[in-house]
Design a protein around this ligand. Sequence first.
Ligand code: ATP
Length: 356
Amino acid sequence: RSPVMSTGNALYARYGGRSTVTVLAGDGIGPEMLKHVTKIFQFANVPVDLEEVPLSSQPTAEEDLDQALTSIRRNGVALKGNIETKFDDPTFVSRNMALRRELDLYANVLHCHSIPTIPSRHKDIDMVVIRENTEGEYSGLEHQTIEGVVESLKVTTAENIERICRFAFDYAIKYGRKKVTAVHKANIQKLGDGLFLQMAGDMAKEYSNIEFESMIVDNASMQLVKRPQQFDIMLMPNLYGNIISNIACGLVGGPGLVSGMNFGEKYAVFETGTRNTGSSLAGKDKANPTSFIRASVDMLRYLGYSVHADIISDSLFRVLVEDRLHTPDIGGNSSTSQMIDALFRHMEQEIKKQVV
Ligand code: ATP
């Protein structure tokens, strides 16, 4: 069971004891995964209404983006699949990135831990990757000065470093974590990453119960594949976070397993950890639904529906560990629907336990 942090001033829509959340199905396997989640919520009688908003990867879909933003601002919370980002149009801004920036979802959190029975090179991993989610290389400021010379600006601000570091140390206190590792490349990016490293180190002095260390991103990548158990919370700027998150997800079994949470002061968006579309798996009933189901469970915990969250997550654990129903990405030959059917059977038992 992963803990889910709620941020200070978060507001979310709740009418007559029910919550409304925005759902963005995204591309690839997103729509089918969200259909499964909808059925799971119905089965568990979750008091959450899903407001589905279309958001596509088409460059012309400005209105869709506005509609999605309005809906999330009204509801405060969203569950989303990944929206494909086209490579071929340099003027096209990723819809995923636009959402994060417009909603100021400054913290991305991934809890990566080993699950028994799921094949992986390492055991007993339990780490949290906390990534600055709004600036750095993702500021989207690129231009060509003259033919053949492109400048890509990496923006680093003290304001954003301060809040992501504060988030990480507060998270450590709240969830009883022992150590924060700041990941950087300050030996080369002396000003930008230098500022990040200095501010993280200064803030660590305010949290004397939390051990603090720093590690250069190349070494951190090597240490992760060599001895991942040494990490507890890893804190880092945006692009390193993107890469390290994917390594961390790979270490515990791959893109189908881990969920990702995005928090700002006001809003929260829940999605898969590696933010894949998985388009080659769409419609084949083969994708691993675990990461989407866990994203929906994170959302339920955030909304305060912990009983429903436990029913779903305990049942999912039993499907993976007791039944050993594994999709091909983790070496099994089960289909998505076999996993979902088994999940319903376990949920039925879990719900009965609650009633007794
Ligand atoms: P594709 O569209 O072929 O899936 P891609 O490069 O767009 O390719 P991503 O969506 O980035 O792929 O996903 C990376 C890899 O992870 C792919 O091999 C994809 O099939 C796999 N993958 C992503 N999500 C899942 C999932 N839920 N279950 C199983 N495999 C997944």
